[in-house]
Design a protein around this ligand. Sequence first.
Ligand code: SAH
Length: 223
Amino acid sequence: RSGRSAALRARMEERLLGARFRYLNQQLYTGSSRDAARLFRDDPAAFHLYHRGFERQVRRWPERPVQRIVRYLRRRPASLVVADFGCGDCTLAASVRNQVHCFDLVPLSPRVTVCDMAKVPLAAESVDVAVFCLALMGTNLQEILGEANRVLRLGGTLMVAEVASRFEDTRAFLKAMTHLGFRTVSKDLSSSYFYLLEFAKTGPARPGPAPGLRLRPCLYKRR
Ligand code: SAH
């Protein structure tokens, strides 16, 4: 009998964790990056819960997007300096020889510099590759991508891996990216799970709104 009630309690706990994960996830996708920073600063336990939920989601996918970015970097010179925006557990930094600046809201690894990705402590034009791997979460997308533009040198690479269903109008999104100073170099839309987009910095971001720059929030269903 005690075995059965322990199993029941475990199932209840799982459900509660799942519900909290979905709620946190929704907050991250429907607020600004600053709201996210405040949320996790005030409640670091929420961050760890979020990451457990995230891991569980991504494990269901046939391939982890970060592995695609690892493969991409291994084909290019190891001398390139990388900035990983929303690095999570620093899988990228741990998998390549490049110098990788890792930014996230809470340190899952000692490599992480804690900051809001809209304002990273890097000098202008100091990196060769900027990466957002499932990390374009805040609603202030233009500000976040503007920060990537600021730290990238001219001709530098921006890699974006994002959940496919978040794109409502991919063409409009890519057009908006040109407004932000990014030319599309390649786009892999073949996976039904995530898109992989490669851009090159053509110059500074132009001022004024970029209307097509919209992504749907990525909300998970209850299972
Ligand atoms: N890139 C990693 C983790 C993706 S999960 C991977 O592919 O495995 C998204 C990450 O972005 C989370 O770790 C989350 O904490 C981080 N994040 C979300 N908003 C952020 C913000 N405003 N500033 C910095 N990191 C943020």
